[in-house]
Structure formats: structure tokens, C-alpha cells
Design a protein around this ligand. Sequence first.
Ligand code: GLV
Ligand code: MN
Ligand code: MN
Length: 421
Amino acid sequence: MGGDARSAAASVAAAVREDRLWQRLMDMAAIGARPDGGVDRPALSPDDAAARSLLASWAREQGFSVSTDPIGNLFVRRAGREGGAAPVLTGSHLDTQPMGGKFDGAYGVMAGFEALQAMNDAGIETRRPVELVAWTNEEGSRFQPGCMGSQVFAGALPLEKALVSVDRAGTTAREALAAVLAGEPEMAVRDAGLPVHAYIEAHIEQGPVLEEAGLHLGVVTGIQGYRWFAVEVLGEAAHAGTTPRARRRDAFMAAHAMVGALRGIMEDAEDVARFTIGRFEGEPGSPNTVPSRVFFTIDLRHPEQGPLTRLGDAVEPLCRQHAGACEVRVTETFTAAPLVFDAGVLDTLRTAAGRQGIPYRELPSGAGHDAAFVAKLAPAGMLFVPCARGVSHHPAESATPADLATGTRVLAEALAELANR
Ligand code: GLV
Ligand code: MN
Ligand code: MN
């Protein structure tokens, strides 16, 4: 890269404005705000639609073009000199957990937007377009699987399969997406999965490593793999006072035995495997009726493919073994292999951090991110900024304006560099 391009990238970093970034994050956090300070903005909900419209309105003010694709990913494009060149892409997601915070996802989108605006303010041109994307339904808490938008974009999930996903109220992703898109009838619709030159996603760490090390930046080396399962245990409703044990088909007792057996294999001595039952529901939910149906979810994660395969493959046989008189149906709903990010993108991030004099730590991500799927299409990487006490997926999620701006400066410089290659 020549000196001119390098100084242009540095001037973009200098044009990043901490106050503007923070204000936009707070404006976004007002949409779906919870009384406890957190955010509840389910994927493809009216609040998600409002968040997208706010982002689109900011983009139009800056003269950026806005478009969507068949799964509702929202793209904001800053044109480059070579209109046909594959863009450099950055972004994250605007949907949140039901008890979510202000920064998981929104930070990567607002950091990307600030980087694009900083390019405008610095008056630089790039060879390639730079695009910001807000991926549809990263969290996977309303519709499974998560990373729905990035998976469809990368060809890892067929569009049709995504659209038939149903939430707890019986609404399909297709219906929810149609309602969101109806709010922006003028928006251009592009094809899914266009060529990408490189992708960088900024995110809060969601763990304690950077804060404990007293560092303000992380360069993310990769993402651990995960497998999600939905388990449905079917028994039979019966009177709680009169039905002897031998005649019961108690879905809760069967599910309890399954969970105990699963815990037994998942809890390794080194505490590396992550095993979570985040949803556990029983029917009919009456104190004096034997439960006829239990539904529960499993989120299993591991940084290595071998144990992830072995543990995940044990789920269904173990559930069958402990089903007793009940029936059990196990469905794998979401899979992501452990991933190592692109060496070239990581080098670009290291170089940008080095030039800005920001010490950083290299670390893997325990959380899942859209970057894992974009990495199937293009060289990808991520950067982290610390969050207070590593707390995330919680209303108390918090990060400082200064750290958020530090990450955005490194992001902006790296994007500008890549856009001139
Ligand atoms: C994303 O929030 C994840 O589940 O890691
Ligand atoms: Mn996230
Ligand atoms: Mn999340």
C-alpha cells in the first residue's frame, strides 16, 4: 500500500467521533428499551423494523445507498471508485436477546456506520465500495437457527428453510420478514450472497479477558464451534393424585433423566465444553397433572471439532436411553464448525492497532458471530472491545464510550486499507 493510501486510512481513523458513535448507540438502545436498562428487540419484530428504519434514515442522510436481500439483511453502501469491485464489508446485528443489552450486535453496526461516516468526513475515496450490513436474526432466540441472515448470505442455509422457521407464537420467519419489509416499500432488493472482498466485524468481547488484562482492544483469532438441539419429550397427561408410578408416562421425569445423563458427559474436568439448557417448557403446566410434553433446547459449544462431534453425536442416543415410557424427538437446529480467521485480515487489524499505538490481546471468541458464516465466502476477521465484568446477554451489559471509539478507529483504518487493495 502506498503512503497516500496509508495516510488516507489514518485520516479516517482520526475522523471517528466518540460522541456521535455513543449517541447513535443510545438512540438505537431506545428502540425496545427495557425498564431495567437493557434492550428487548426480537429479530423481525416491529422494534427490529424500527431499528432498521432508523439506520436506513441515517444512511440516506449521508448519501449512502440502502438495500435489502431476500432474508432481510440490510446493506448500506458507500461507493468506491471502481463500482464493479467487490466491496469490503463490515457489520453485525440489530436483534437482541429477550433480556439483552445495548451493545451485543448494535456496536458492530454502529461502529461500521461511524467508519463509513468518518470516510465521508475525511473526504477520502476508496477503490472498492465499503458496505455496512445489519444481519437478520443473529441471536436465534426468536427464530432458530441463529445467524440466519449471514447463513443464507453465505449459502450455509437454504432461504426456504430459514423462512419456514416458526416462533413460539406460531408466526413464521416469512410472515415476520414480510411485515418488516412492508415498512420500507421503496427499498431496493438485491440478490443474496454477492461477492465480498473481505469482512470485519466489531463486537463487545462478552467475556472478561480484556478487562482483566487492562486492555482496550482484542484481535479475535477464531470462534468456537457449536451445535444446538431441540428435544421434545412426549408422555401422557394423567391425574397426579391417582396414577401409580408404573402407569405414568411422565414427560418431565424422562426429561429430567435425560438432562442428568447429558450433564454427566458434558461437564469436562477442564471446563472447556459449554452446555446450556436455555429453554425448558412443560405442558399442560398444571400442578396436579402429570406432564404430557416437555420441550427443551441444548446449546453445546467447544473450540475443537473432535469433542464437538463426539458430544453432539451423543445427545440423541442418550435421550433415547433415558426416555423410559415416553417418546423423544431430537432435532439439530443449528451447527457451526470451529473457525480460525483469515491471517491477512488479522494482520490488517494488528497493523492498524500498531499504527494507532493501541496494545491488544489476541483471543478466541466463545460467543458465536455472523463472521463465522461470512468467512465461508471471503477472508474475515473480528475485533473486540472490553465490556464491564464480561457481562453480556444481560440488561447490565456495558462498555465505555472511549473503548467503543478505540475499536471503531481500528475498524475504520482497517476497512479503508482493505478497500484500497
Ligand atoms: C450469540 O449471541 C451466541 O449465542 O453466541
Ligand atoms: Mn452478537
Ligand atoms: Mn448475542
